[in-house]
Design a protein around this ligand. Structure first.
Ligand SMILES: *[C@@H]1O[C@H](CO)[C@@H](O)[C@H](O)[C@H]1NC(C)=O
Ligand SMILES: *[C@@H]1O[C@H](CO)[C@@H](O)[C@H](O)[C@H]1NC(C)=O
Ligand SMILES: *[C@@H]1O[C@H](CO)[C@@H](O)[C@H](O)[C@H]1NC(C)=O
Ligand SMILES: *[C@@H]1O[C@H](CO)[C@@H](O)[C@H](O)[C@H]1NC(C)=O
Ligand SMILES: *[C@@H]1O[C@H](CO)[C@@H](O)[C@H](O)[C@H]1NC(C)=O
Ligand SMILES: *[C@@H]1O[C@H](CO)[C@@H](O)[C@H](O)[C@H]1NC(C)=O
Ligand SMILES: *[C@@H]1O[C@H](CO)[C@@H](O)[C@H](O)[C@H]1NC(C)=O
Ligand SMILES: *[C@@H]1O[C@H](CO)[C@@H](O)[C@H](O)[C@H]1NC(C)=O
Length: 261
């Protein structure tokens, strides 16, 4: 009897195990112990509005990752960026990206920001004051949040007119207000760069594309000071890394000793 119950449970688990289709161009965010993935262009060539997460609270076999499905996004989503509120660390902000009406190939421009409350699996569209309409069709940029709940977004591509921007937009989630800093624009990066925030409030931008789409040398590092809104550049020493775009970067604690500012 116990064996039978065990067997039924086992079959039930196998049958219920959801596995997402292979995909790329999704956004991701670590929310507590949950590693979330939003949308993506799937191996079935469809643009997904799915939300999946991996539960990292206990170890697992990487051959059978413990996937969980969460509430679907109101839009199908690719080529955007996400960040997690530092105060309400259950809330994810999806910034920019290319958005479609789910299960269609129709673009939608309802909002450039979507908010996900992972506590209650709820999606909302924030009401933003001062939003800059030039941001509406931008993708392939990265959003970086600082400890004061300000999200810094460098550039992005208007994916319809293929214009690359090099401005800094700041979205303050404590006041839901938007500010464009064209006077603090980047002299190199526009899109497809990698960015990280250092503990000393500097954002490091690596690689990516120039306004004309050319790749940026990986040894030319641009640094944006989120306090003074000023830029500086630095040249790396050590290995030469080929120029590139569309990569990503993660700050490990070892890196803080490499970036001595
Ligand atoms: C999109 O299609 C999937 C699979 O056919 C379906 O499960 C889902 O409910 C659809 N979503 C919408 C918003 O129509
Ligand atoms: C998608 O676009 C087509 C062509 O413009 C239109 O006929 C259709 O109603 C749209 N579908 C939705 C769900 O908006
Ligand atoms: C999410 O849940 C945690 C734990 O219950 C709670 O402390 C936090 O305030 C909740 N956050 C939001 C935004 O609802
Ligand atoms: C935004 O404003 C509209 C109209 O005032 C309101 O219905 C909606 O609930 C607001 N959304 C949020 C997330 O506050
Ligand atoms: C945190 O979440 C609470 C509850 O949803 C909300 O009232 C508050 O404005 C949020 N604070 C920030 C900084 O997002
Ligand atoms: C909106 O962004 C564009 C592009 O950076 C800039 O030229 C314009 O001044 C901004 N508008 C406002 C009101 O900030
Ligand atoms: C793009 O711009 C850079 C810097 O102005 C220049 O060096 C490069 O030759 C340009 N590339 C193309 C393909 O026009
Ligand atoms: C790079 O940063 C170091 C340390 O601050 C500084 O000494 C050096 O002059 C900088 N190099 C360039 C090319 O800006």
């Amino acid at each position: 009897m116990f064996f039978l119950l065990y067997l039924i449970q086992y079959i039930f688990l196998i049958n219920c195990q959801n596995i997402p289709d292979a995909r790329h161009e999704q956004a991701s965010a670590l929310v507590g112990n949950r590693f979330y993935f939003f949308g993506g262009l799937t191996s079935q060539s469809s643009i997904s509005n799915e939300v999946w997460y991996l539960d990292l609270s206990s170890s697992f076999n990487i051959v059978t990752p413990p996937w969980h499905k969460d509430k679907e996004m109101p839009i199908a989503y690719i080529l955007g960026s996400s960040c997690v509120s530092t105060i309400n660390n259950s809330i994810v902000y999806l910034v920019g990206g290319r958005m479609f009406i789910p299960n269609t190939t129709n673009l939608t421009f309802t909002s450039s920001i979507y908010v996900f409350n992972s506590n209650i699996s709820q999606w909302t569209i924030p009401n933003i004051t001062g939003f800059n309409s030039s941001f509406i069709r931008r993708d392939q940029m990265q959003a970086i949040i600082n400890n004061n709940e300000k999200i810094f977004i460098l550039g992005g591509i208007d994916f319809i007119s293929i214009i690359r921007y090099n401005d800094i937009n700041i979205f303050d989630i404590t006041t839901m207000s938007w500010l464009t800093l064209p006077q603090s624009s980047s002299s190199l990066q526009c899109s497809d760069y990698a960015a990280i925030l250092l503990p000393n409030s500097l954002i490091i931008y690596i690689g990516g594309r120039l306004p004309n789409g050319s790749h940026i040398n990986m040894n030319q590092i641009q640094i944006f000071d989120t306090k003074s809104f000023t830029w500086s550049t630095n040249i790396t020493s050590g290995s030469n890394v080929g120029s590139r775009a569309g990569h990503s970067a993660v700050l490990s604690m070892l890196c803080t000793t490499i970036f001595k500012f």
